[in-house]
Every structure is written in structure tokens, then in C-alpha cells.
Design a protein around this ligand. Sequence first.
Ligand code: 2P0
Length: 330
Amino acid sequence: MKATATANSNIALVKYWGKRNNELNLPNNSSISMSLNKLYTTTTVEFSNGIKTDSLIIDGKKASKEEIERTSKHLSIVRKLARKEIFARVESKNNFPKSAGLASSASGFAALSLAATKALDLHLDRKELSILARQGSGSASRSIEGGFVEWVKGSLEDGSDSYAKAIAPNDHWPELTMIVAVLTKKEKKTGSNAGMEKTPATSPFYKCWLDTVEQDLEKTKKAILEKNFSLLGKTAEMNCLKMHSTMLTTEPHLIYWEPETIKVIKEVLSLREQGTECYFTIDAGPQVKVLCMKKNSEKIKKYFSAMKEVKEIFVCTAGEGAKLTEKDLF
Ligand code: 2P0
């Protein structure tokens, strides 16, 4: 009744922002992401008859009450599937800062879903795992599959048609690189969950977001399949700015950027003006992710490493989907 899984984080090229169902994490719009091979979570789950409650350690420390409750809620879905009333010891490790806009909930709930179902001997396929992971955190639905995926929003009330589908595998476009610049490791004040709830209800720009997202999805799928970097980069950057426009105009406002974020955005634009093609995308946090081609990645990495605002850098290509491992954390 013990299993360990690893899952890569993923970064959206077309973002998920706003839900039609908060309980099941059903989104208002479909989204597309790329799995990141260098950012991952490893999670060990052990169910045992001898314990009376779930416990959780993250990165060597006892998790907060909220984190334990969220994990326990997710484990209860797995218990129900397995028809077992049994608690678990869970330990999880990220190789990157958590809750700072690097999608640790995506890799975290994907790894937890795979490890917990394996530990209780449930054999879910990728679609079922994606549906399960989505209930822990929406973006986790996209971390089950590797490479490039589309999380289709679906329309059914029970969420059985809202899961991530593969667009292309991780070896489809090896030149495509995402450089993650970590600017601050502070945990954010407003989590995505709370933020996302307020935007659809208060931002006057949210309608515009929904009106244009289908075009962004089409352009992004085409760009991935045809390996058209300019189309991909332009669409992803604009999609990110549109999402942040809805965040900025949410009441109370959601400003996830820090001064360092603007500094890096300006540097990306300046590099592009000088002929090095690169584009930025930013999530619900201050970190900037830079899309570029492999031939320019070393130069861009050096450029950003020299900035005092940049604390850590990960140069990523498309990673694999969630997988089981023998390397238990305890
Ligand atoms: C995304 N984000 O598509 C968007 C862009 C943040 C900005 O998915 O409430 O942690 O757990 O479903 O998945 C972050 O949201 O939110 C996210 P929940 P989640 O990557």
C-alpha cells in the first residue's frame, strides 16, 4: 500500500483563469501547456491500517493545516474509488520553490494522484488520472501527460469530459526551450484559487478574455503542430497579458507582478528588438518564463543570470508525463 510518483510542473501557453465549478475545478475555458522537464515533484504515499489520520510533509517540513486539509480531501476521493477507509502518510518534495507561481500544485497533485491510486491498487488510465488530478488542482490535470497538452474545458456537470489530451509528445519539438527565471521565492499572498474566484465576478475585461481565448487555442495548437515559434511566442505572450489584464482589474485587484517582473519583461523586449527572438509568459506569481529556441538559450540564460533580480534559473524543454518510481522518500 505504498507507492512513489514523480510529475513535472507545466506552464500554460494559453492560460486557465476562472471556473464554472469551484468544487470540481471545472474551467470556463480550455488551456494549453508545456510540461517542464527540470521542475518536478516527487511524492510517496503509504496507506496503513495503523494510523488514524492523514499526515503530510512537504520539502522536509510539516505541512500547514490548509495543505493537509486539501491533500486529505484529495485522498478521500481516492479512498472512495477504492472503497477503503484507510489513512495515509504522505511526503512530497519539490526541486523548486512552492507557491510562487511555478505551478507546484500542478506537479504536486499529479504526483499525489498517481502515487495514491497505485498504492491502493487502482489502475486508472491517463484520462481518469487527469480527471482525478484536476479535482486537486485544475492545472494538475495537465501534468499527467507529458509534452504539449490541451486541457479541454468540457461541458458536463460532473466534469467527466474535462481533462487533458495530448497535442504532441515531449520529443516533438526539442528546440523549444522555456527559461524559468525565479525572481523571488516568497510565497504569494493570494493563491490562484481565491484569485480566480473573484475575477469572473468583478473584472470588466473577463468577457473579452472569454471572447478571444478560442482563437488563442487554435493559433497555439497550430503553432505547436507546425513548430512555428513566432506564432507560438506572440500568441502566448499576448494571452498572458490578457489574463493579467483581467487580474489587474479584479476587485480587490490582483497584482502578481513585482518590480523585478517588469525589469525582466523589459529585458525580454529589448533582446527581441536586438534580434534575439524570445517571448515572456507569467502566471499567478512574480516569476517570468522566457520562451526561446535552443540555439539562443545559452545566451539568454547568461544574460538573465547576470541580473541581480534573478535568483535562480531553470532551462527547460518539454518533459515527460507523470510516472511511478522505485525511489521512495521514506
Ligand atoms: C494556468 N494558473 O493555466 C493558470 C495561469 C495560474 C495562472 O492554473 O484552484 O493552482 O488549484 O484549480 O491550478 C493556477 O491555478 O488553481 C493556474 P486551482 P491552479 O497555469
